[in-house]
Ligand binder design. Structure first.
Ligand code: PEP
Ligand code: MG
Length: 607
């Protein structure tokens, strides 16, 4: 599959043979999907063929040059990753990538393609296909196994060029047959943004951690999903029936009749439960001891607005704006962003919309910013999120201007990702004031007073100086996904260390407590918008730690509300006080699980 960022190569995925028709992966998005497999890893890209006019030749050559530069960058990124491979594979990979790098310089291949565009007045894709085919034939004709291997290298590189040229023709965009389950080696957030939940019934992939952004997208789409299932792509044939069990993290390949009927029965039970929970929509999220909790939605895509309202969201607690930059070559301008934000603000009526500035980098990469962010040795610690925005003020200012204009239409709050010092906030506030003055001079309507400016508490440094941040920020949103990753030094999107990723680690709980206490003290609102906010098992703990606003993927709202309505805040506070002083994550997990089990029993008796 052509993706905007590959964090794994097929070479460094672990491979063991499965013993049954069941593969164990990570349970990412709940529910059960049964359907034919659509294998989204397409090695070859389509080759549209058309003639161009003489005056279009320079532009077509430029398009090809950009594609060559892009391929070079991709190869540089892949080369860096070879360091972690076993020696034997690494040498093989290094040689292959070196060969590709050489071929992307002023080689016979590159010159040949340019000549074909100029002389035959043909589009870049057909020029690449023709040149590759001619070169491969020549190598094959030499009847030498070494040279035949060179032919295979050229073909592989040709496919990379074609995929990069065909930026708009993604296998997932080309159309997934209705009812399919998308199966991939890796699904990036940009890939997931292309999925049509009306056609796709489930997702399964080999790579990916539970809290990575692909996982978050899958939850946003409310599609049963399993990631991190080893051997998946090698094991599944296109069109074969598979079951994705998003509750237990299982993928069943070519299931027996008995397995299918058992899973269908579970699907029926789940549908009944969904109907029961839907009745809660108009009821408040009120604890047994009469404390109201605000429940908001995290949104990644415009198509989710209706779902957020249908599930009773009181606002948008986190709008991830990255989708505006995905699957396109150019950056979105101020007008385009304003129109998009207006859809959210109008769609949500009077309810607040918390718009986060760009959080690109780490496991999220987008085409138009590939030049800005050269992946360093450790992307999660590199140029990402607010750091990128502050280094590229045009990027930030365009976003802020669009947000200020949208603030005239309803209630907007501006949220900064990965802030770590008070000056992050004061610098952005200065940008906002300057942009507001410029817009006012031009008679452009904006909110008065200006929208509140908040920070994500998602790096340990921010939690540790939450008291200082609370002096300059108007609200906090605790991002437990990154807070856990940075506190425990565990990559949230890496399936190899997924079993170590644990938001219940007492270190994380203590940081959350520090942030809520600082917010309470400064009288500013504080929410949690990491993935644990949508897991009812965590609800008592978060409320006990002082959080009164939770933001989550819309589909999680009814279940969390149900939990809140069956618990007392006073019990939750006692629980959190006890848990945060524990030294071991296992002990915290045991105590929380016991609390939930006891609560469920009491709840079952009462209802
Ligand atoms: C978080 O880190 O918890 C968060 C909500 O932000 P994101 O998942 O987009 O990094
Ligand atoms: Mg984050």
């Amino acid at each position: 599959m052509r993706t905007e960022k590959k964090t794994k190569t097929s070479q460094n995925r672990r491979r063991t043979k499965p013993i049954t028709n069941m593969l164990q992966g990570l349970a990412i998005a709940p529910g059960i999907a049964i359907g034919p497999a659509f294998i989204a890893d397409i090695g070859t890209a389509p080759v549209p063929e058309y003639s161009i006019k003489a005056k279009q030749v320079p532009d077509e050559c430029k398009r090809f040059t950009r594609c060559v530069a892009r391929s070079r960058r991709q190869i540089a990124t892949l080369s860096k990753k070879t360091a972690s491979l076993p020696t034997e594979t690494r040498d093989e990979m290094v040689n292959l990538l070196d060969a590709h790098r050489q071929m992307l310089k002023d080689s016979r291949l590159v010159r040949g393609v340019q000549k074909r565009i100029e002389k035959s007045k043909t589009n870049a894709e057909s020029a690449v296909a023709a040149e590759v085919s001619e070169l491969v034939d020549k190598f094959h004709a030499m009847d030498d196994p070494y040279l035949a291997a060179r032919g295979a290298e050229i073909r592989e590189l040709g496919n990379r060029l074609l995929r990069n040229l065909a930026a708009a023709l993604h296998p997932l965009e080309a159309g997934v047959p209705e009812g399919s389950i998308v199966v991939a080696a890796e699904l990036t957030p940009s890939d997931a943004a292309l999925l049509d939940p009306k056609a796709v019934t489930g997702i399964a992939s080999e790579a990916g951690g539970a809290e990575g952004h692909a996982a978050i997208m899958a939850r946003a789409l409310d599609l049963p999903t399993v990631l991190g299932a080893e051997n998946l792509v090698d094991t599944v044939r296109p069109g074969v029936t598979i079951i994705v069990d998003g509750d237990q993290g299982l993928v069943l390949i070519d299931p027996s009749k008995k397995q299918i009927s058992e899973y269908r029965a579970r699907q029926r039970v789940q549908r009944q439960d969904t109907k029961r929970l839907a009745k809660l929509k108009r009821l408040p999220a009120r604890t047994q001891d009469d404390r109201d909790i605000a429940l908001h939605a995290n949104l990644e895509l415009p198509r989710e607005i209706e779902g957020a309202k249908a599930n009773g969201a009181q606002g948008i607690g986190l709008l991830r704006t990255e989708f505006m930059y995905m699957n396109r070559e150019t950056l979105p301008g101020e007008d385009e962003q304003f129109k998009m934000l207006a859809r959210f603000v109008r769609g949500m009526g009077n309810r607040p919309v918390t718009v986060r500035t760009l959080d690109i980098g780490g496991d999220k990469m987008v085409m138009p910013l590939e030049n800005e962010i050269v992946p360093g040795p450790n992307p999660a610690l590199g140029l990402r999120a607010l750091r990128l925005s502050l280094r590229t003020p045009e990027l930030l200012d365009t976003q802020l201007a669009a947000m200020l204009r949208a603030s005239a239409l309803g209630s907007i709050r501006i949220l900064l990702p990965m802030a770590s010092t008070p000056s992050d906030v004061t610098t952005v506030r200065a940008h906002i004031s300057r942009i507001a003055r410029r817009l006012k001079r031009k008679d452009v309507a904006i909110a008065d007073p200006l929208p509140p400016l908040g920070v994500m508490i998602e790096v340990p440094a921010a939690a540790l100086i939450a008291d200082a941040l609370a002096q300059v920020a108007d609200f906090f949103a605790i991002g437990t996904n990154d807070l856990t990753m940075y506190t425990l030094a565990i990559d949230r999107s890496d399936e190899a260390v997924a079993h170590l990723y644990n938001p219940l680690h007492p270190a994380v709980l203590r940081l959350i407590k520090m942030a809520t206490e600082a917010a309470l003290h400064a009288r500013i609102p504080v929410s949690v918008c990491g993935e644990i906010a949508g897991d009812p098992e965590f609800t008592p703990l978060l409320l006990g730690l002082g959080v009164r606003e939770l933001s989550m993927s819309s589909s999680a709202l009814p279940r969390v509300k149900d939990k809140i309505r069956h618990m007392a805040l006073s019990d939750a506070q006692r629980l959190a006080d006890h848990l945060k002083i524990q030294g071991s994550p296992e002990k915290v997990a045991d105590l929380l699980s016991a609390f939930n089990k006891a609560g469920n029993k009491a709840g079952n008796k009462a209802s």
